[in-house]
Design a protein around this ligand. Sequence first.
Ligand SMILES: CC(C)(COP(=O)(O)OP(=O)(O)OC[C@H]1O[C@@H](n2cnc3c(N)ncnc32)[C@H](O)[C@@H]1OP(=O)(O)O)[C@@H](O)C(=O)NCCC(=O)NCCS
Length: 155
Amino acid sequence: MTYLSGDIHIRAMNFLEVRPLRLEVLRAGMANQSVEFDGDDEATTVHLGAFDETEVNIGVSSWMQRPFQPEPDLKALQLRGMATAVHLQRHGVGALLLEAGLNHAQENGFAVIWANARDAALNFYNRHGYTTVGEGFIESVTQLPHHKVVKYLLR
Ligand SMILES: CC(C)(COP(=O)(O)OP(=O)(O)OC[C@H]1O[C@@H](n2cnc3c(N)ncnc32)[C@H](O)[C@@H]1OP(=O)(O)O)[C@@H](O)C(=O)NCCC(=O)NCCS
């Protein structure tokens, strides 16, 4: 924990800046090294990054306006590309990114946040108020088991 004793700050990034950490964390050891997401450069997409006191990027998350299919009339935000630098996981960086994304959602009138969550990260999302919904599935790029998670903001 000493490494993170200084300030961690969260700020918006552009879509090119988030890709190195996506590659390092989310594509490690995988055949498919693609880190470009459909919607990365849309005007409504927000990329939020965590930085240590020396401006090293230690976490990324991307928030895209995308319908939540079971309730397509709700203004919905999809969280994608959530990743914390491997050596700094379980130090609270992810929690800070979720909090920043939630603030963004609330400030912009989103009714729901959802994600296709890796099963390995389900506890993390559940602890932050995201409910697991539906059947599990294998996500095509990573070939890892996933579930949808959802958090309603206006109910
Ligand atoms: C999932 C992920 C984004 C979470 O980010 P993180 O920075 O590790 O998140 P946090 O540190 O806030 O919380 C993670 C866990 O560490 C625990 N934790 C946080 N600070 C801690 C501390 N000081 N001491 C011990 N545990 C701590 C949290 O309670 C949480 O536990 P839980 O998962 O059982 O709920 C990160 O682990 C990651 O990048 N994993 C690999 C990629 C991945 O799976 N991404 C998600 C794709 S859907």
